[in-house]
Write a protein that binds this ligand. Structure first.
Ligand code: SF4
Length: 689
C-alpha cells in the first residue's frame, strides 16, 4: 500500500509517496502535492536509506539502565511535580524542535503553559525563525507569511537575501529555475556575502558585507522615494510610519554594504523596473543580532510599494525546518500562546485558559533558548525535557550548553536515538517513534498544512511524543485535559481553539476543520490556512493587518554593527550554514552513504589571499578559534568567500568528528528583540593545525 506523507527535512514541505516493500521503503515525490508537484531533492530521494534501525533507542533508559515505560514516565512526572512544588513552576523547562509534529508540539505547550504554569518552553526554531516572527509581528501585528509558493511563478523579480536556496530549499529553487525557463524575463537577484551555488543561476549577485542588510534595504527605500516608486495610495490607506522610516533610511550609510555604485544601481533598477517582486529571506537575515531589524527593512520596502499580498508580490520568509511554522502556530516559542495568541495579552491568556480549563497560566514570557540554557547552567532550572533536538551541538557556545545539561538536576531526552551528544547527558531517555512511524500534521513555509502518515510500525518500545507528554500530564494529575485518544483528537482541539483566536482578531484560523472525523483527518489533503470556511490565499493586498488600527507599521531602522568586532587577535568573520546533502546534526542523513559522499567531513572555505597569509594549504587541517572554543576542520581554498571571511558547515557532531563542532566557536550573542543568536558573525582566529 502506498501512503501519502511529507518529507521531514526542510520547510518546503514536499509531499512524498511511501511504499513499504520487502526490499525497504520506496520514496517518490507526490505529483499532487502543491509544494513540489512530484519533485524531490537529494535528501528527500534518499529517505528510504535513512529508516534503518541502527542506532535506534529500543526502550526507555533511566540513569543508563533499561527501564519499563511505567517506571520512566512515573519518574518524569514525579520529578517535575516535586521540582515545581519545591522551587516553583519556572524551575522547569522544555526545549523542543521544529522536527516535532504540530500535535506533539500542541500537547507540550498545553502541558507547560496551561498546567505546569511555566512559559519556559522554547525551541530550536529560536535559532531559525525567531527574527522573522518578531519582524512580522512588529509590522503586521501577527506572525503572518503574506504570500504563497505560486507567487514565485508569477513574479518578475525574485530577490533571495541570506538564502542558499539551491542547497537549503532545493525544490523551491527548482520551481524558480523552471519559472525562469518558462519566462526568461524573470530576474533572480542573490544577496549573500558568499558566492553560493544559488548564485550560479542569478542575474545579479550582491556580495554585501556581513550584517549590512539594513543599510542596503534602507538605500532601496530612499530610491523608492526618489524615483517615484512609492505606492502613495496603499501607504495612505494601510501603512503607518513611512516618513519616520524614510528619514532614518536617508540617514543611514549605504557604504556599510561595501557594494559599489554599479552594483547598487543594478539592484535598484531591477527592483524598481519590475512590477512584481518577491523577496525571499532565510537564515542569513534571521541569525543576527539585528535580525528582526533586517526583516523589517525588507518589509518596509514591500509596504512602501504595496508589493504585498498580490499575485507575484511579497516578502517571503522560508523556514529552515519541516514544522517551524506548525510550532509557531501552537505557541512553541516562550513568548507565544497557541494559535498566534500572545501570552502577554490578558484577553488572549484568558481565552486560552478558559478553553483549556487550565489551573494556572504564566503572565510573562518565559526564557528564550540562550537564556534558558544559561538558567540551566546556573541551577535556576532544575528539570529539563528536551525533545528531538541536539542542543549540545547546535546551540551557540555549545560546550557551555553541554556542561549546563550535564550539571542539570534532572534531564529528560525524547529522541529516536540515544547516541546524540545531548542524549548521552540525559538522566531519562524516552524512545520516540520516528518519521515514517508516526502520524500528525506539519505546516510548510507557505502555510500549507499536510499530513505526515505512518507507513512503518513503531520500532520496538518507541512511542509518539504526544503520547509521552499526555501520559506525564495524566500522571501529574490532569487526567481529562490530556485524555487524548489519538492524534486526530488533538488536531480537532487545536482547530477549535483557532476559531476562538480568529474571533480575537488573529490570522491563524483552521476552525473549518474542527469537526473532522477520525477518518476525515486520516484522509486530509494538504490545505493552506486560514481555513475557517474556505482555503486561504494571500494576505494584505487590501490591508487588513492584525494590529489594533488594522494598519501595518513601517519601522525607522538604523544599521547596527555585528555583536563581535574583528580585531588583531580574531581577524576573520565566521559564517556558518548547511550543506546540500546533510541535515542538522546528521542523525538521519548520515545513515545514507549516498548523502555522506557529497561532502564527507567538516571543512572551512577560505579565500586564497587569506590562505596565503595564514600559511594554509588546500586540504590541510586548520584550527578555528574564538573566545568560546576551538574547532579543527579541513581547508577548502576558494574565492566563493570574501577576503577576511570563512565559512563552515553546522552539521558535524562530537560523535562523527569531535573537532568539527563549529557551534563551540560561536558566542551566544542574541538579537535583543527576537532572542535569536548571531550564528553567522563570530570573530575568529585561523592557524594551521
Ligand atoms: Fe525534503 Fe526540502 Fe528536499 Fe523537499 S526540498 S525533498 S522538503 S529536503
Amino acid at each position: 500500500m502506498t501512503v501519502r506523507s511529507t518529507c521531514p527535512y526542510c520547510g518546503v514541505g514536499c509531499g512524498v509517496l511511501l511504499t513499504a516493500t520487502v526490499a525497504g521503503l520506496e520514496v517518490k515525490g507526490d505529483p499532487d502535492h502543491p509544494a513540489n508537484f512530484g519533485r524531490l531533492c537529494s535528501k528527500g530521494l534518499a529517505l528510504g536509506e535513512t529508516v534503518g534501525h541502527e542506532g535506534r533507542l529500543a526502550a526507555p533508559m533511566v540513569n543508563g539502565k533499561e527501564a519499563a515505560w511505567d517506571e520512566a514516565l512515573q519518574l518524569v512526572a514525579d520529578r517535575f511535580t516535586h521540582t515545581i512544588a519545591e522551587h516553583g513552576p519556572d524551575s522547569v523547562a522544555f526545549y523542543l524542535s521544529g522536527q516535532m509534529l504540530t500535535e506533539d508540539y500542541y500537547v507540550a505547550n498545553k502541558l507547560a503553559k496551561g498546567f505546569m504554569g511555566t512559559a519556559n518552553i522554547d525551541t530550536n526554531s529560536r535559532l531559525c525563525m525567531a527574527s522573522t516572527v518578531a519582524g512580522h509581528k512588529r509590522a503586521f501585528g501577527t506572525d503572518t507569511v503574506p504570500g504563497t509558493y505560486e507567487d514565485l511563478e508569477l513574479a518578475d523579480t525574485i530577490v533571495l537575501v541570506g538564502s542558499n536556496l539551491a542547497w537549503c530549499h532545493p525544490v523551491l529553487h527548482q520551481r524558480i529555475l523552471a519559472a525562469k525557463a518558462a519566462r526568461p524575463h524573470l530576474k533572480l537577484v542573490v544577496i549573500d556575502p558568499r558566492r553560493t551555488a544559488t548564485c550560479d543561476a542569478a542575474d545579479l549577485h550582491l556580495p554585501l558585507a556581513p550584517g549590512s542588510d539594513v543599510a542596503l534595504f534602507n538605500h532601496l527605500l530612499t530610491q523608492i522615494d526618489e524615483q517615484g516608486a512609492l505606492d502613495a495610495g496603499y501607504v495612505a490607506a494601510h501603512v503607518d510610519g513611512y516618513p519616520e522610516a524614510l528619514r532614518c533610511a536617508r540617514a543611514s550609510d549605504v557604504s556599510l554594504t561595501e557594494l559599489d555604485g554599479h552594483q547598487l544601481r543594478a539592484f535598484v533598477n531591477i527592483w524598481l523596473r519590475s512590477e512584481k517582486t518577491v523577496t525571499i529571506f532565510s537564515q542569513g537575515v534571521n541569525q543576527s543580532t539585528s535580525g528582526a531589524d533586517k526583516v523589517n527593512a525588507i518589509l518596509n520596502c514591500h509596504l512602501a510599494t504595496g508589493r504585498i499580498g498580490t499575485p507575484g508580490c511579497g516578502p517571503f520568509s522560508v523556514t529552515g525546518q519541516p514544522n517551524a511554522m506548525g510550532g509557531r502556530e501552537v505557541g512553541g516559542l516562550s513568548n507565544m500562546l497557541a494559535c498566534h495568541l500572545d501570552l502577554e495579552n490578558p484577553a488572549h491568556r484568558h481565552a486560552v485558559r478558559l478553553f483549556w480549563d487550565a489551573p494556572k497560566m504564566p503572565e510573562a514570557a518565559g526564557l528564550k533558548a540562550v537564556d534558558m540554557f544559561r538558567a540551566v547552567g546556573s541551577g535556576k532550572i532544575k528539570a529539563l525535557w528536551i525533545i528531538h533536538t541536539n542542543p549540545a551541538v547546535s546551540m551557540p557556545d555549545a560546550d557551555a550548553v553541554a556542561a549546563a545539561i550535564k550539571g542539570c538536576d534532572f534531564t529528560v531526552v525524547s529522541d529516536v536515538t540515544g547516541r546524540t551528544d545531548t542524549a548521552q547527558l540525559a538522566d531519562v531517555l524516552l524512545p520516540a517513534s520516528a518519521w515514517g512511524e508516526k502520524d500528525g500534521t506539519v505546516t510548510n513555509s507557505d502555510r500549507t498544512i499536510s499530513r505526515q502518515r505512518a507507513v512503518l510500525p513503531s520500532y520496538e518500545a518507541s512511542r509518539p511524543d504526544w503520547a509521552q507528554l499526555a501520559e506525564v500530564g495524566r500522571r501529574m494529575g490532569w487526567h481529562s485535559a490530556f485524555d487524548f485518544a489519538n492524534v486526530a483528537e488533538i488536531f480537532r482541539e487545536h482547530a477549535a481553539l483557532s476559531g476562538i483566536a480568529g474571533g480575537l482578531g488573529r490570522d491563524f484560523d483552521i476552525s473549518g476543520h474542527a469537526d473532522l472525523t477520525d477518518a476525515q483527518y486520516d484522509a486530509l489533503d494538504p490545505f493552506r490556512w486560514p481555513y475557517a470556511s474556505q482555503e486561504g490565499g494571500r494576505f494584505f493586498a487590501d490591508g487588513g493587518f492584525f494590529t489594533k488600527s488594522g494598519r501595518a507599521s513601517m519601522l525607522a531602522l538604523t544599521p547596527l554593527p555585528m555583536a563581535q568586532p574583528t580585531n588583531s587577535d580574531f581577524p576573520f568573520r565566521l559564517n556558518t550554514g548547511r550543506t546540500r546533502d546533510q541535515w542538522h546534526t546528521m542523525t538521519r542523513t548520515a545513515k545514507s552513504a549516498r548523502l555522506s559522499a557529497h561532502l564527507a567531513e567538516p571543512f572551512i572555505e577560505i579565500h586564497p589571499a587569506d590562505a596565503t597569509a595564514t600559511g594554509t594549504t588546500d586540504a590541510s587541517l586548520v584550527q578555528v578559534t574564538s573566545g568560546t572554543g576551538t574547532a579543527i576542520l579541513r581547508a577548502l581554498i576558494t574565492d566563493r568567500v570574501r577576503k577576511g571571511e570563512i565559512f563552515a558547515p553546522i552539521h558535524w557532531t562530537g560523535e562523527t568528528a569531535p573537532s568539527g563542532r563549529i557551534d563551540v566557536v560561536i558566542p551566544a550573542a542574541v538579537d535583543p528583540v527576537s532572542g535569536q543568536p548571531e550564528s553567522k558573525g563570530a570573530a575568529v582566529a585561523l592557524a594551521p593545525y
